[in-house]
Design a protein around this ligand. Sequence first.
Ligand code: PCA
Length: 216
Amino acid sequence: MKKTILLTGFAPFGGEQINPSWQAVQQLQGWQADDETEVQAIELPCIFGQSLEKLQQALQQFNPVLVIAVGQAGGRTAISLEKVAINYQDARIADNAGNQPLGEPVIAGAPTAYFSSLPLKAIVQDLRQQGIPAEISYSAGTFVCNHVFYGLMHTVATSPKVRAGFIHIPYLPAQAARLGGPASMTTELVVKALKQVMQLSLLQQPDILLAEGTLD
Ligand code: PCA
């Protein structure tokens, strides 16, 4: 039986008709990272609670070796590899079901934060070499993406062989055009980046040493 990479994208939110994360992720359904590993792609609702429940069901069903959750971060200029998931949610806007948690833990009593277990520095270096803008980000925000990222890392914390992480991506060009020109990236380029991320995440262990980080 083939091993599974679970890839998730999100439904549109915040008045948008489209979410670039699901546009890219759905194209990778069935993609084989190598002879024995195949992608299962699922769309998560942009709803606190329900998004995480759907992810937990998929984790149970597919027992993946690698999990990569992807979301839209309008205004980001590059493939943004998230380092930290925090146990805190504080929604500036309501989610798609009208929920707006204000300053709550994602999971009461759980650790303050988790780190991604993807080889982020190796990925950043590789994507840049492929001509794809990439960065490591130290905040996934406090909305549904961080909620899913935190819940994912909390769940796989007891399965050390499973690698998992979260990636934020910029707007699509069509969204950016309508909004007056923030940074954007095509689905084609995001798909190419995600393939690289999956292949490196299966191979590269541990991460490489590379001067990254931020000064402020
Ligand atoms: N981005 C939102 C939630 C869903 C998505 O694609 C976020 O960054 O929290």
